[in-house]
Design a protein around this ligand. Sequence first.
Ligand SMILES: Nc1nc2c(ncn2[C@@H]2O[C@H](COP(=O)(O)OP(=O)(O)OP(=O)(O)O)[C@@H](O)[C@H]2O)c(=O)[nH]1
Ligand SMILES: [Mg+2]
Length: 421
Amino acid sequence: MPRDPLIGLVGKPSSGKSTMLNSLTDATSKVGNFPFTTIDPQRAVGYLRIPCACARFNLQSRCAPNYGSCTDGLRSVPIELLDVAGLVPGAHLGRGLGNRFLDDLRHADALVHVVDVSGSTDEEGKATRGYDPSRDIVWLRGEIVRWIQGNLMEKWGSIKRRHVAIKSNAVDTLQNQFSGYGSTTQVVARCLDRIGIKERLEHWSDETIEKVVNAFTDEKFPTVIALNKIDNPDADKNIAKIAKQQPPESLVLTSAISEIFLRKLAKQGFILYTEGSDQITTREDLIEDGDPTGGGLKEMDEKLKNRIENLKDMVLFRFGSTGVVEVLSRAASLLGLVPVFSVRSIATFGSGSGATAGGDGKVFRDCVLVKKGTTVGEVYRKVMGDAPLAYVETVGGVRVSDEDVVAVGKNDILSFKVGRA
Ligand SMILES: Nc1nc2c(ncn2[C@@H]2O[C@H](COP(=O)(O)OP(=O)(O)OP(=O)(O)O)[C@@H](O)[C@H]2O)c(=O)[nH]1
Ligand SMILES: [Mg+2]
């Protein structure tokens, strides 16, 4: 049964991982301007923004998710996040409990590397000025590779002996070792394919092994780099430098602290703000637009008004948004996540009792996120468990095989019929 996708937040101490987690969720992971504020991994639920199936059928007004929400065809689907303790150089050797923290990452499907792009913290998370954050991207990746490599090399002698003795193939032997990272045979096969190794595993040099581990790291832990603290004026030159070194699809610019601030003000009734948007609406804005009550929003004092103006200038106008919602979208697209809508009735898209008889009129109540390449049968087991499957229908009442693969727009609206065919 496929697990739910899990996105891990990594980075050095004080880069803003917990702030990022809190800005993406309603969780309160402890935040502090001192290193190692977080020690135990914190799990929380964030929301991934996706185009909902309701929009394809013009049923936006009747869309009613059981979990998350849907506004005008833009759906927020719950996705699990993990905030891990800060990593420091030498983590794979156990520095700063690093090996323990790395172990917390085993089951992550994608990583978000939160980088303090302001350069105001050194590699250990201590306050400084003028630090070059492009270095963090390099060494942190190195720690992850060396952690996996170290685990492998510890047992390499006996791995090789067993490999030869049972006449195994490289994929099976490696999958045996990598299953602890939630790997699959397909992941291992893909990474060996990509580097195209000809030698037999028992003859691999240290260099070859390093290549394999690097490829495995890319496959198993696709990483979004969140350049955080863009509200800091020192961020610009560092962003420019990193943008030249990293592929653009891996970079997202964020100000986690701004997102938290805006969500808080919205909750307290001072502003209107949709998570991740580029717009803030104040009482004055609404009065100017001809609503004398200002939409019932509260009056802000000068200090608060200034902070809002500042945030608009430094973050929203310059970068378009606080970036945090984009972080999850980018991770989901690296993973190729597919939202699959399971409905009781393929005719009405309703669920629950009475759906076939018209039901409550609500549609697309359930949505699960699965990885690319997932089959209809795997989605069935994830949603319905072990119950025997009779048949599966998609839009138009068309039967689909349990071996068909799901993809966005194809086999992604499914009605499962339990029982004997
Ligand atoms: N200016 C600015 N400061 C931020 C931002 N995000 C986080 N911070 C600050 O950075 C400091 C560290 O934040 P945390 O979220 O605790 O960092 P962490 O990475 O979880 O730290 P550890 O748990 O110690 O590993 C706090 O003082 C935050 O307020 C941001 O977007 N902009
Ligand atoms: Mg933390």
